[in-house]
Design a protein around this ligand. Structure first.
Ligand code: PNS
Length: 159
C-alpha cells in the first residue's frame, strides 16, 4: 500500500520526520507531498523544501519526496495511493483533521486517511513555532534537523 503524507512542511520539523519514519514501517512506500500554494507566502520555496526534505529523509529507504498543486486526493489517485497519512498532536488538531478527512472521503471514497499519534516529545511542535523562535534568534536545534536549522539561520540573517 502506498501512503501520501501531504503538507506544507515550511519547514519540515522533527515531528514530521517522526511521522515519516513510522509511516514508512507501516506502508510499502510513503510519498511526502509538498503542497505548492503560493498564496500561503511560504518562508521556503517548494524547490528548497523538496531539497530539505530529501536530505533529512535520505536514511529511509521507501520514501519519495514530491510536490503537487490542487487536490490531495487527485494527487493520491494519480500515484495509486490508498492512504493519506497525517499526524495528530493535540485535541485542537482533531477538528481540522477530521474535517479534512471527511472532505477527502466525499471526494474519493477509495482513499482512507490514517492518523498517527505524534510522539509526545513533539506534541507541541509546529513549523510556525519553529519560525517564530528562529525569527527572534532562539535555538531550534532540538526541533529540526541540522540542515533546516542551517537554512533558517541563513534565511533570517539575510532578512
Ligand atoms: O501542513 P498542513 O498545512 O497542515 O497541510 C495541509 C494540507 C496540505 C494537507 C491540506 O491543506 C490539503 O490537502 N490541501 C490541498 C487541497 C485539498 O485537497 N483540499 C481538500 C481537503 S481539505
Amino acid at each position: 500500500m502506498i501512503a501520501i503524507y501531504p503538507g506544507s512542511f515550511d519547514p519540515i520539523t522533527l515531528g514530521h520526520i517522526d511521522i515519516i519514519e513510522r509511516g514508512a514501517k507501516l506502508f510499502d512506500k510513503v510519498i511526502v507531498a509538498v503542497l505548492s500554494n503560493p498564496s500561503k507566502n511560504p518562508l521556503f520555496s517548494v524547490d528548497q523544501r523538496l531539497e530539505q526534505i530529501s536530505e533529512c529523509t535520505q536514511h529511509i529507504q521507501n520514501v519519495k519526496v514530491d510536490s503537487f498543486v490542487g487536490l490531495t486526493v487527485e494527487y493520491a489517485k494519480l500515484h495509486h495511493a490508498g492512504v493519506l497519512l497525517r499526524g495528530l498532536r493535540v485535541l485542537s488538531d482533531f477538528e481540522k483533521e477530521l474535517q479534512m478527512a471527511h472532505t477527502n472521503k466525499t471526494l474519493n471514497q477509495e482513499i482512507e486517511t490514517v492518523f498517527l499519534a505524534t510522539t509526545k516529545e513533539y506534541s507541541f511542535l509546529s513549523s510556525s513555532i519553529v519560525k517564530e523562535i528562529a525569527q527572534f534568534g532562539g535555538s531550534i536545534n532540538h526541533l529540526v534537523s541540522a540542515n533546516i536549522a542551517r537554512d533558517m539561520y541563513q534565511k533570517y540573517q539575510n532578512k
